[in-house]
Ligand binder design. Structure first.
Ligand code: FAD
Length: 495
Protein backbone atom coordinates (compact mmCIF):
# COMPACT_ATOMS: atom_id res chain seq x y z
CA UNK A 1 0.00 0.00 0.00
CA UNK A 2 1.34 3.43 -0.94
CA UNK A 3 0.80 6.11 1.66
CA UNK A 4 1.49 9.87 1.63
CA UNK A 5 1.62 12.20 4.61
CA UNK A 6 1.26 15.78 3.43
CA UNK A 7 2.61 18.11 6.13
CA UNK A 8 5.03 16.85 8.77
CA UNK A 9 4.19 18.85 11.91
CA UNK A 10 2.44 17.49 14.98
CA UNK A 11 -0.26 15.62 13.05
CA UNK A 12 2.09 14.26 10.37
CA UNK A 13 4.69 13.03 12.86
CA UNK A 14 1.93 11.50 15.01
CA UNK A 15 0.52 9.62 12.03
CA UNK A 16 4.00 8.32 11.20
CA UNK A 17 4.57 7.25 14.82
CA UNK A 18 1.38 5.22 14.72
CA UNK A 19 2.19 3.72 11.33
CA UNK A 20 5.65 2.44 12.31
CA UNK A 21 4.33 0.82 15.51
CA UNK A 22 2.24 -1.76 13.65
CA UNK A 23 3.50 -5.20 12.71
CA UNK A 24 2.25 -4.69 9.13
CA UNK A 25 4.24 -1.49 8.65
CA UNK A 26 6.65 -3.30 6.30
CA UNK A 27 3.75 -3.67 3.82
CA UNK A 28 3.59 0.10 3.38
CA UNK A 29 5.64 2.52 1.29
CA UNK A 30 5.35 5.92 2.95
CA UNK A 31 6.21 9.25 1.30
CA UNK A 32 6.36 12.24 3.63
CA UNK A 33 6.05 15.79 2.27
CA UNK A 34 6.98 19.12 3.84
CA UNK A 35 9.41 21.96 3.25
CA UNK A 36 12.91 21.45 4.68
CA UNK A 37 12.46 24.05 7.43
CA UNK A 38 9.34 22.59 9.01
CA UNK A 39 9.88 18.88 8.29
CA UNK A 40 9.28 17.12 11.63
CA UNK A 41 8.72 20.34 13.62
CA UNK A 42 5.72 22.06 12.04
CA UNK A 43 4.89 25.77 12.33
CA UNK A 44 4.17 26.34 16.05
CA UNK A 45 7.24 24.38 17.15
CA UNK A 46 9.71 25.69 14.54
CA UNK A 47 13.09 27.11 15.56
CA UNK A 48 12.28 30.51 17.03
CA UNK A 49 12.93 32.65 20.08
CA UNK A 50 13.17 30.86 23.41
CA UNK A 51 10.69 33.46 24.71
CA UNK A 52 7.89 31.54 22.98
CA UNK A 53 6.69 28.92 25.42
CA UNK A 54 4.44 25.88 25.10
CA UNK A 55 1.02 26.75 26.53
CA UNK A 56 0.66 23.51 28.50
CA UNK A 57 3.07 22.43 31.27
CA UNK A 58 5.81 20.05 30.11
CA UNK A 59 4.34 17.20 32.16
CA UNK A 60 1.01 17.52 30.33
CA UNK A 61 2.30 17.60 26.75
CA UNK A 62 3.31 14.43 24.94
CA UNK A 63 3.08 12.73 21.57
CA UNK A 64 2.43 9.46 23.37
CA UNK A 65 -1.09 8.98 24.76
CA UNK A 66 0.18 6.10 26.92
CA UNK A 67 2.97 8.16 28.47
CA UNK A 68 2.11 11.78 29.22
CA UNK A 69 5.64 12.29 30.61
CA UNK A 70 7.39 11.25 27.39
CA UNK A 71 8.38 14.82 26.41
CA UNK A 72 9.73 15.44 29.93
CA UNK A 73 11.69 12.16 29.80
CA UNK A 74 13.10 13.01 26.35
CA UNK A 75 14.09 16.50 27.58
CA UNK A 76 15.85 15.08 30.63
CA UNK A 77 17.72 12.49 28.58
CA UNK A 78 19.24 14.87 25.98
CA UNK A 79 22.10 17.40 26.20
CA UNK A 80 21.27 19.91 23.46
CA UNK A 81 18.79 22.07 25.41
CA UNK A 82 19.00 23.07 29.05
CA UNK A 83 16.35 25.22 30.67
CA UNK A 84 16.59 23.49 34.04
CA UNK A 85 13.48 22.04 35.59
CA UNK A 86 11.19 24.46 33.74
CA UNK A 87 7.42 24.02 33.94
CA UNK A 88 6.94 25.56 30.48
CA UNK A 89 9.72 24.96 27.97
CA UNK A 90 10.34 26.99 24.80
CA UNK A 91 8.16 25.73 21.97
CA UNK A 92 11.05 24.91 19.65
CA UNK A 93 12.29 22.32 22.18
CA UNK A 94 9.02 20.43 21.68
CA UNK A 95 9.69 20.69 17.94
CA UNK A 96 13.05 18.98 18.38
CA UNK A 97 11.42 16.26 20.46
CA UNK A 98 8.99 15.62 17.57
CA UNK A 99 11.78 15.76 15.01
CA UNK A 100 13.93 13.31 16.98
CA UNK A 101 11.29 10.64 16.29
CA UNK A 102 11.11 11.48 12.62
CA UNK A 103 14.93 11.29 12.29
CA UNK A 104 14.97 8.00 14.14
CA UNK A 105 12.31 6.44 11.86
CA UNK A 106 13.83 7.70 8.65
CA UNK A 107 17.16 6.17 9.68
CA UNK A 108 15.64 2.85 10.73
CA UNK A 109 13.03 2.14 8.02
CA UNK A 110 13.86 2.15 4.33
CA UNK A 111 10.15 2.23 3.37
CA UNK A 112 9.91 5.86 4.53
CA UNK A 113 10.81 8.37 1.81
CA UNK A 114 11.37 12.02 2.66
CA UNK A 115 10.23 14.46 -0.03
CA UNK A 116 11.38 17.90 1.15
CA UNK A 117 8.86 19.90 -0.89
CA UNK A 118 5.40 21.30 -0.38
CA UNK A 119 2.49 19.72 -2.19
CA UNK A 120 0.78 22.05 -4.66
CA UNK A 121 -2.07 19.86 -5.86
CA UNK A 122 -4.02 16.80 -4.79
CA UNK A 123 -6.40 15.05 -7.16
CA UNK A 124 -8.56 11.96 -7.24
CA UNK A 125 -7.68 9.44 -9.93
CA UNK A 126 -10.74 8.83 -12.08
CA UNK A 127 -11.05 5.11 -12.75
CA UNK A 128 -12.83 3.71 -15.75
CA UNK A 129 -14.66 1.16 -13.68
CA UNK A 130 -16.64 2.43 -10.69
CA UNK A 131 -14.73 1.37 -7.61
CA UNK A 132 -15.39 2.25 -4.01
CA UNK A 133 -11.90 3.35 -3.05
CA UNK A 134 -10.25 5.73 -5.47
CA UNK A 135 -6.55 6.45 -5.63
CA UNK A 136 -5.20 9.87 -4.86
CA UNK A 137 -2.60 11.78 -6.81
CA UNK A 138 -0.21 14.14 -5.03
CA UNK A 139 1.86 16.73 -6.87
CA UNK A 140 4.68 19.11 -6.05
CA UNK A 141 6.01 21.87 -8.30
CA UNK A 142 9.61 20.66 -8.08
CA UNK A 143 11.30 19.04 -11.09
CA UNK A 144 8.56 20.06 -13.54
CA UNK A 145 5.74 18.90 -11.33
CA UNK A 146 6.59 15.61 -9.71
CA UNK A 147 3.49 13.56 -9.02
CA UNK A 148 2.76 10.17 -7.49
CA UNK A 149 -0.33 8.07 -6.92
CA UNK A 150 -1.30 6.79 -3.47
CA UNK A 151 -3.75 4.38 -1.91
CA UNK A 152 -3.98 6.48 1.24
CA UNK A 153 -3.26 10.15 2.00
CA UNK A 154 -3.06 11.93 5.34
CA UNK A 155 -3.60 15.65 4.89
CA UNK A 156 -1.96 17.51 7.77
CA UNK A 157 -0.88 20.89 6.45
CA UNK A 158 -1.64 22.80 9.67
CA UNK A 159 -3.12 26.22 10.18
CA UNK A 160 -4.75 28.39 7.50
CA UNK A 161 -2.96 31.66 6.69
CA UNK A 162 -3.46 34.68 8.96
CA UNK A 163 -6.45 37.01 9.02
CA UNK A 164 -5.92 40.46 7.60
CA UNK A 165 -8.84 42.31 9.22
CA UNK A 166 -7.75 45.80 8.14
CA UNK A 167 -6.58 44.83 4.66
CA UNK A 168 -2.96 45.81 5.29
CA UNK A 169 -1.10 42.78 3.91
CA UNK A 170 1.87 43.95 1.86
CA UNK A 171 2.01 47.44 3.43
CA UNK A 172 5.43 48.61 4.68
CA UNK A 173 6.19 47.78 8.31
CA UNK A 174 3.02 45.72 8.58
CA UNK A 175 4.15 42.35 9.91
CA UNK A 176 1.41 40.07 8.70
CA UNK A 177 2.63 36.85 10.33
CA UNK A 178 3.95 37.09 13.89
CA UNK A 179 6.17 33.99 13.50
CA UNK A 180 9.05 33.43 13.54
CA UNK A 181 8.96 36.06 16.29
CA UNK A 182 12.74 36.37 16.32
CA UNK A 183 12.55 37.84 12.79
CA UNK A 184 9.61 40.16 13.52
CA UNK A 185 11.86 43.11 14.39
CA UNK A 186 14.25 42.68 11.42
CA UNK A 187 12.98 45.79 9.61
CA UNK A 188 12.03 47.81 12.67
CA UNK A 189 14.18 50.70 13.78
CA UNK A 190 14.96 51.51 17.43
CA UNK A 191 12.70 54.55 17.48
CA UNK A 192 9.67 52.90 15.86
CA UNK A 193 6.52 52.73 17.92
CA UNK A 194 4.95 49.29 17.60
CA UNK A 195 1.35 48.14 18.03
CA UNK A 196 0.36 44.49 18.28
CA UNK A 197 -3.23 43.88 17.15
CA UNK A 198 -5.15 40.96 18.65
CA UNK A 199 -5.08 39.76 22.26
CA UNK A 200 -5.07 35.96 21.94
CA UNK A 201 -2.24 33.56 22.77
CA UNK A 202 -0.22 34.63 19.71
CA UNK A 203 -0.14 38.21 20.98
CA UNK A 204 1.37 37.02 24.27
CA UNK A 205 4.24 35.45 22.32
CA UNK A 206 4.81 38.67 20.46
CA UNK A 207 4.64 40.81 23.60
CA UNK A 208 7.19 38.66 25.39
CA UNK A 209 9.57 38.87 22.46
CA UNK A 210 9.14 42.57 21.58
CA UNK A 211 9.37 43.83 25.16
CA UNK A 212 12.67 42.03 25.61
CA UNK A 213 14.15 43.30 22.36
CA UNK A 214 12.68 46.77 21.76
CA UNK A 215 12.85 49.78 24.05
CA UNK A 216 9.77 51.82 23.07
CA UNK A 217 6.44 51.50 24.85
CA UNK A 218 4.47 48.73 23.16
CA UNK A 219 0.78 49.13 22.32
CA UNK A 220 -1.57 46.14 22.46
CA UNK A 221 -4.94 46.80 20.85
CA UNK A 222 -7.98 44.74 19.93
CA UNK A 223 -11.76 44.97 19.75
CA UNK A 224 -12.43 43.30 23.10
CA UNK A 225 -9.13 44.05 24.84
CA UNK A 226 -9.47 40.84 26.89
CA UNK A 227 -6.43 38.67 27.47
CA UNK A 228 -6.73 34.91 28.07
CA UNK A 229 -7.20 33.82 31.68
CA UNK A 230 -4.31 32.66 33.88
CA UNK A 231 -3.79 28.95 34.46
CA UNK A 232 -5.07 27.90 37.86
CA UNK A 233 -4.52 24.67 39.78
CA UNK A 234 -5.58 21.89 37.47
CA UNK A 235 -7.37 18.81 38.79
CA UNK A 236 -8.76 15.64 37.23
CA UNK A 237 -12.44 16.01 36.36
CA UNK A 238 -14.86 13.20 35.52
CA UNK A 239 -18.02 14.23 33.71
CA UNK A 240 -21.20 12.99 35.41
CA UNK A 241 -24.00 14.50 33.33
CA UNK A 242 -22.43 15.32 30.00
CA UNK A 243 -21.80 11.69 29.16
CA UNK A 244 -22.21 9.74 25.95
CA UNK A 245 -24.96 7.63 27.56
CA UNK A 246 -26.99 10.70 28.54
CA UNK A 247 -26.46 12.20 25.10
CA UNK A 248 -27.64 9.01 23.39
CA UNK A 249 -30.82 9.00 25.49
CA UNK A 250 -31.57 12.67 24.77
CA UNK A 251 -30.83 12.24 21.08
CA UNK A 252 -33.49 9.54 20.84
CA UNK A 253 -36.12 12.14 21.75
CA UNK A 254 -34.70 14.94 19.60
CA UNK A 255 -34.23 13.43 16.16
CA UNK A 256 -30.57 12.59 16.76
CA UNK A 257 -29.45 15.99 18.06
CA UNK A 258 -28.95 17.73 21.41
CA UNK A 259 -30.77 21.09 21.67
CA UNK A 260 -28.52 23.88 22.95
CA UNK A 261 -30.96 24.58 25.80
CA UNK A 262 -30.54 21.01 27.11
CA UNK A 263 -26.77 21.20 26.71
CA UNK A 264 -26.79 24.40 28.74
CA UNK A 265 -28.80 22.72 31.51
CA UNK A 266 -26.39 19.75 31.60
CA UNK A 267 -23.44 22.13 31.68
CA UNK A 268 -24.95 23.94 34.66
CA UNK A 269 -25.59 20.66 36.52
CA UNK A 270 -21.98 19.67 35.91
CA UNK A 271 -20.75 23.05 37.26
CA UNK A 272 -22.93 22.68 40.37
CA UNK A 273 -21.67 19.15 41.01
CA UNK A 274 -18.08 20.37 40.75
CA UNK A 275 -18.77 23.42 42.95
CA UNK A 276 -17.62 25.79 40.23
CA UNK A 277 -18.80 29.36 40.91
CA UNK A 278 -19.55 29.71 37.21
CA UNK A 279 -21.52 32.96 37.24
CA UNK A 280 -18.94 34.73 39.41
CA UNK A 281 -16.12 33.52 37.20
CA UNK A 282 -17.59 34.43 33.84
CA UNK A 283 -18.59 37.87 35.07
CA UNK A 284 -15.30 38.52 36.88
CA UNK A 285 -13.72 40.61 34.14
CA UNK A 286 -13.68 44.36 34.69
CA UNK A 287 -11.87 45.45 31.54
CA UNK A 288 -8.87 46.60 33.57
CA UNK A 289 -6.18 44.16 32.45
CA UNK A 290 -4.00 44.45 35.56
CA UNK A 291 -6.92 43.99 37.93
CA UNK A 292 -8.26 41.06 35.87
CA UNK A 293 -4.91 39.26 35.77
CA UNK A 294 -4.40 39.87 39.49
CA UNK A 295 -7.83 38.39 40.19
CA UNK A 296 -6.90 35.25 38.26
CA UNK A 297 -3.54 34.97 40.04
CA UNK A 298 -5.30 35.25 43.40
CA UNK A 299 -7.95 32.59 42.63
CA UNK A 300 -6.02 29.59 41.32
CA UNK A 301 -8.37 27.06 42.92
CA UNK A 302 -11.75 28.17 41.58
CA UNK A 303 -10.26 29.11 38.23
CA UNK A 304 -8.36 25.82 38.05
CA UNK A 305 -11.65 23.99 38.62
CA UNK A 306 -13.31 25.83 35.75
CA UNK A 307 -10.31 25.35 33.44
CA UNK A 308 -10.02 21.65 34.32
CA UNK A 309 -13.71 21.20 33.55
CA UNK A 310 -13.35 23.01 30.23
CA UNK A 311 -10.29 20.93 29.41
CA UNK A 312 -12.28 17.76 30.01
CA UNK A 313 -15.02 19.14 27.75
CA UNK A 314 -12.40 19.82 25.10
CA UNK A 315 -11.23 16.21 25.31
CA UNK A 316 -14.84 15.14 24.67
CA UNK A 317 -15.71 17.95 22.28
CA UNK A 318 -15.86 15.61 19.32
CA UNK A 319 -19.20 14.05 20.22
CA UNK A 320 -20.50 17.02 22.20
CA UNK A 321 -20.05 19.67 19.50
CA UNK A 322 -21.17 17.46 16.64
CA UNK A 323 -24.42 16.62 18.47
CA UNK A 324 -25.61 20.20 17.95
CA UNK A 325 -27.40 21.44 14.84
CA UNK A 326 -25.56 24.05 12.75
CA UNK A 327 -28.05 26.64 14.01
CA UNK A 328 -27.25 25.80 17.62
CA UNK A 329 -23.51 25.77 16.91
CA UNK A 330 -23.88 29.26 15.47
CA UNK A 331 -25.98 30.38 18.44
CA UNK A 332 -23.37 29.01 20.82
CA UNK A 333 -20.65 30.95 19.01
CA UNK A 334 -22.65 34.17 19.20
CA UNK A 335 -23.81 33.91 22.81
CA UNK A 336 -21.34 31.87 24.82
CA UNK A 337 -18.10 31.20 22.96
CA UNK A 338 -16.36 34.33 24.24
CA UNK A 339 -16.53 33.04 27.84
CA UNK A 340 -15.17 29.67 26.81
CA UNK A 341 -12.39 31.12 24.72
CA UNK A 342 -11.14 33.29 27.57
CA UNK A 343 -10.91 30.35 29.93
CA UNK A 344 -10.09 27.40 27.68
CA UNK A 345 -6.54 28.32 26.70
CA UNK A 346 -5.02 29.90 29.80
CA UNK A 347 -1.61 31.57 29.93
CA UNK A 348 1.16 30.51 32.35
CA UNK A 349 1.23 32.39 35.68
CA UNK A 350 4.71 33.77 34.92
CA UNK A 351 3.43 35.32 31.70
CA UNK A 352 0.58 37.01 33.61
CA UNK A 353 3.05 38.48 36.10
CA UNK A 354 5.31 39.57 33.25
CA UNK A 355 2.40 41.46 31.63
CA UNK A 356 1.33 43.09 34.89
CA UNK A 357 4.91 44.27 35.48
CA UNK A 358 5.17 45.59 31.93
CA UNK A 359 1.90 47.56 32.25
CA UNK A 360 2.86 48.95 35.65
CA UNK A 361 6.26 50.08 34.41
CA UNK A 362 4.60 51.70 31.34
CA UNK A 363 6.40 49.40 28.90
CA UNK A 364 3.03 48.09 27.72
CA UNK A 365 -0.31 49.81 27.11
CA UNK A 366 -3.46 47.79 26.42
CA UNK A 367 -6.46 49.27 24.58
CA UNK A 368 -9.92 47.87 23.85
CA UNK A 369 -12.43 49.08 21.28
CA UNK A 370 -10.15 49.04 18.22
CA UNK A 371 -12.31 49.76 15.17
CA UNK A 372 -10.00 50.54 12.31
CA UNK A 373 -6.34 50.56 11.31
CA UNK A 374 -5.33 52.56 8.23
CA UNK A 375 -2.06 53.60 6.64
CA UNK A 376 -1.70 57.38 6.71
CA UNK A 377 1.34 59.50 5.74
CA UNK A 378 3.81 56.66 6.26
CA UNK A 379 2.37 55.68 9.65
CA UNK A 380 -0.53 53.62 10.92
CA UNK A 381 -3.57 55.33 12.39
CA UNK A 382 -5.39 53.28 15.05
CA UNK A 383 -9.01 54.34 15.52
CA UNK A 384 -10.98 53.36 18.60
CA UNK A 385 -14.62 53.44 19.69
CA UNK A 386 -13.65 56.31 21.93
CA UNK A 387 -11.95 58.84 19.67
CA UNK A 388 -9.75 60.20 22.47
CA UNK A 389 -7.74 56.99 22.30
CA UNK A 390 -6.90 57.28 18.57
CA UNK A 391 -3.16 57.13 17.98
CA UNK A 392 -0.43 56.76 15.40
CA UNK A 393 2.25 54.04 15.34
CA UNK A 394 5.04 53.08 12.91
CA UNK A 395 4.77 49.30 12.92
CA UNK A 396 1.86 46.88 13.21
CA UNK A 397 2.34 43.25 14.20
CA UNK A 398 -0.69 41.19 13.28
CA UNK A 399 -1.61 38.69 15.99
CA UNK A 400 -5.29 38.32 15.11
CA UNK A 401 -4.92 34.60 14.43
CA UNK A 402 -5.55 32.37 11.45
CA UNK A 403 -8.52 32.39 9.11
CA UNK A 404 -11.18 29.83 9.83
CA UNK A 405 -13.37 29.57 6.73
CA UNK A 406 -12.64 28.38 3.21
CA UNK A 407 -14.42 31.48 1.88
CA UNK A 408 -11.72 33.69 3.48
CA UNK A 409 -8.75 31.91 1.87
CA UNK A 410 -6.51 33.30 -0.86
CA UNK A 411 -3.48 32.08 -2.78
CA UNK A 412 -1.55 31.50 0.49
CA UNK A 413 -3.80 28.45 1.01
CA UNK A 414 -3.65 27.40 -2.64
CA UNK A 415 -3.66 23.65 -2.03
CA UNK A 416 -6.95 23.68 -0.11
CA UNK A 417 -8.60 26.15 -2.51
CA UNK A 418 -7.55 24.00 -5.43
CA UNK A 419 -9.01 20.91 -3.74
CA UNK A 420 -12.27 22.78 -3.10
CA UNK A 421 -12.34 23.87 -6.73
CA UNK A 422 -12.01 20.24 -7.82
CA UNK A 423 -14.85 19.32 -5.42
CA UNK A 424 -12.59 17.06 -3.37
CA UNK A 425 -13.26 19.08 -0.23
CA UNK A 426 -16.17 21.32 0.74
CA UNK A 427 -16.71 24.04 3.32
CA UNK A 428 -18.19 23.34 6.74
CA UNK A 429 -20.54 26.26 7.61
CA UNK A 430 -18.80 26.91 10.92
CA UNK A 431 -15.28 26.67 9.48
CA UNK A 432 -12.73 24.51 7.69
CA UNK A 433 -13.70 21.48 5.62
CA UNK A 434 -16.24 18.71 6.07
CA UNK A 435 -14.91 15.51 7.57
CA UNK A 436 -16.47 12.60 9.46
CA UNK A 437 -15.89 13.59 13.11
CA UNK A 438 -15.13 10.07 14.34
CA UNK A 439 -12.68 9.10 11.61
CA UNK A 440 -11.30 12.30 9.99
CA UNK A 441 -12.36 10.97 6.55
CA UNK A 442 -12.81 13.81 4.06
CA UNK A 443 -16.37 14.24 2.79
CA UNK A 444 -16.18 15.25 -0.83
CA UNK A 445 -19.13 16.77 -2.68
CA UNK A 446 -18.02 14.93 -5.82
CA UNK A 447 -16.78 11.55 -4.55
CA UNK A 448 -18.64 11.09 -1.25
CA UNK A 449 -16.79 10.01 1.87
CA UNK A 450 -13.17 9.36 0.94
CA UNK A 451 -12.07 6.69 3.40
CA UNK A 452 -8.49 6.92 2.12
CA UNK A 453 -8.13 10.71 2.51
CA UNK A 454 -7.92 11.81 6.13
CA UNK A 455 -7.62 15.44 7.24
CA UNK A 456 -6.31 16.80 10.55
CA UNK A 457 -5.69 20.03 12.38
CA UNK A 458 -7.09 23.53 12.05
CA UNK A 459 -8.43 22.92 8.51
CA UNK A 460 -11.08 20.75 10.23
CA UNK A 461 -12.02 23.44 12.79
CA UNK A 462 -15.78 23.37 12.07
CA UNK A 463 -15.97 19.69 13.06
CA UNK A 464 -13.00 19.62 15.43
CA UNK A 465 -14.19 22.64 17.35
CA UNK A 466 -11.48 23.74 19.83
CA UNK A 467 -9.68 20.43 19.26
CA UNK A 468 -6.38 21.53 17.78
CA UNK A 469 -4.08 20.95 20.76
CA UNK A 470 -1.32 18.33 20.57
CA UNK A 471 -3.16 15.66 22.58
CA UNK A 472 -6.33 15.90 20.53
CA UNK A 473 -4.40 15.72 17.28
CA UNK A 474 -2.53 12.63 18.49
CA UNK A 475 -5.87 10.99 19.43
CA UNK A 476 -7.15 11.54 15.89
CA UNK A 477 -3.93 10.19 14.36
CA UNK A 478 -4.20 7.04 16.49
CA UNK A 479 -7.80 6.38 15.34
CA UNK A 480 -7.14 7.05 11.67
CA UNK A 481 -4.05 4.86 11.50
CA UNK A 482 -5.90 2.02 13.25
CA UNK A 483 -8.51 2.26 10.48
CA UNK A 484 -5.84 2.13 7.76
CA UNK A 485 -4.46 -1.08 9.21
CA UNK A 486 -7.95 -2.58 9.51
CA UNK A 487 -8.42 -1.91 5.80
CA UNK A 488 -4.98 -3.33 4.99
CA UNK A 489 -5.57 -6.47 7.08
CA UNK A 490 -8.94 -6.97 5.36
CA UNK A 491 -7.37 -6.70 1.92
CA UNK A 492 -4.74 -9.33 2.88
CA UNK A 493 -7.46 -11.63 4.27
CA UNK A 494 -9.39 -11.37 0.99
CA UNK A 495 -6.28 -12.27 -1.00
C1 FAD B 1 1.54 29.77 17.70
C2 FAD B 1 0.93 28.49 18.15
C3 FAD B 1 1.32 27.92 19.35
C4 FAD B 1 0.75 26.72 19.78
N1 FAD B 1 1.16 26.17 20.96
C5 FAD B 1 0.61 25.02 21.36
C6 FAD B 1 1.04 24.40 22.58
O1 FAD B 1 1.89 24.93 23.28
N2 FAD B 1 0.45 23.24 22.96
C7 FAD B 1 -0.52 22.65 22.19
O2 FAD B 1 -1.05 21.59 22.58
N3 FAD B 1 -0.92 23.20 21.03
C8 FAD B 1 -0.39 24.36 20.61
N4 FAD B 1 -0.80 24.93 19.44
C9 FAD B 1 -1.84 24.27 18.65
C10 FAD B 1 -1.15 23.63 17.45
O3 FAD B 1 -1.77 24.11 16.31
C11 FAD B 1 -1.13 22.13 17.46
O4 FAD B 1 -0.74 21.68 18.69
C12 FAD B 1 -0.23 21.49 16.39
O5 FAD B 1 1.07 21.96 16.32
C13 FAD B 1 -0.87 21.59 15.05
O6 FAD B 1 -0.34 20.53 14.33
P1 FAD B 1 -0.55 20.38 12.79
O7 FAD B 1 0.16 19.16 12.38
O8 FAD B 1 -1.99 20.50 12.45
O9 FAD B 1 0.15 21.68 12.19
P2 FAD B 1 1.72 21.98 12.11
O10 FAD B 1 2.42 21.38 13.27
O11 FAD B 1 1.90 23.39 11.82
O12 FAD B 1 2.16 21.15 10.82
C14 FAD B 1 1.72 21.46 9.53
C15 FAD B 1 2.88 21.23 8.59
O13 FAD B 1 2.37 21.19 7.26
C16 FAD B 1 3.34 21.82 6.43
N5 FAD B 1 2.67 22.22 5.20
C17 FAD B 1 1.84 23.27 4.99
N6 FAD B 1 1.42 23.27 3.70
C18 FAD B 1 2.00 22.21 3.10
C19 FAD B 1 1.94 21.69 1.78
N7 FAD B 1 1.22 22.27 0.83
N8 FAD B 1 2.67 20.58 1.50
C20 FAD B 1 3.42 19.97 2.45
N9 FAD B 1 3.51 20.43 3.73
C21 FAD B 1 2.80 21.52 4.05
C22 FAD B 1 3.87 22.96 7.26
O14 FAD B 1 5.13 23.36 6.77
C23 FAD B 1 3.93 22.32 8.63
O15 FAD B 1 5.16 21.74 8.90
C24 FAD B 1 -0.23 26.10 18.99
C25 FAD B 1 -0.62 26.69 17.78
C26 FAD B 1 -0.05 27.87 17.36
C27 FAD B 1 -0.48 28.48 16.04
Amino acid sequence: MKVAIVGMGTAGVSVLRQLVKHKMFEHLQVDIYDNKKNMGQGEPFQNDSEDLLINVPVDMLSLNLDNIKEFREWYTSQDDFDYGDAEYLPRYVFGHYMKSYLDQYVKRYDNIHVIPHEVTQIGVVEEEKEISVKKIIVQTDEHDSRSAVYDYVFLSTGTFSYNDPYDLKGSPKYIHEPYPANRALDDVSERDKIAVIGTGLASLDVIRYVLKHHDQTLVLASRGGQLPSVRGEMITVTLQYMTRETFDEIKQNHMGTIPLSILKALFKKECDALNIPFKTLIHRRTGNVVRDLQYDLAHPESLGLLQSFLMELKDNMNWIWNSLTYDDQQLFLERYYQYFKENMNPMPRDTAQFIIDAIESSQLEVYAGLEKVARLNGHYQLEFESNQQDMTVDVIINATGPKKKLSQLDASDGLLLNMANKQIVQAHPIGGIQIVPESNEVISPRYGTLSNLRAFGQMTNGVNFERNGVTMIVQQAVNSVAQLYMQLTKSYDIE
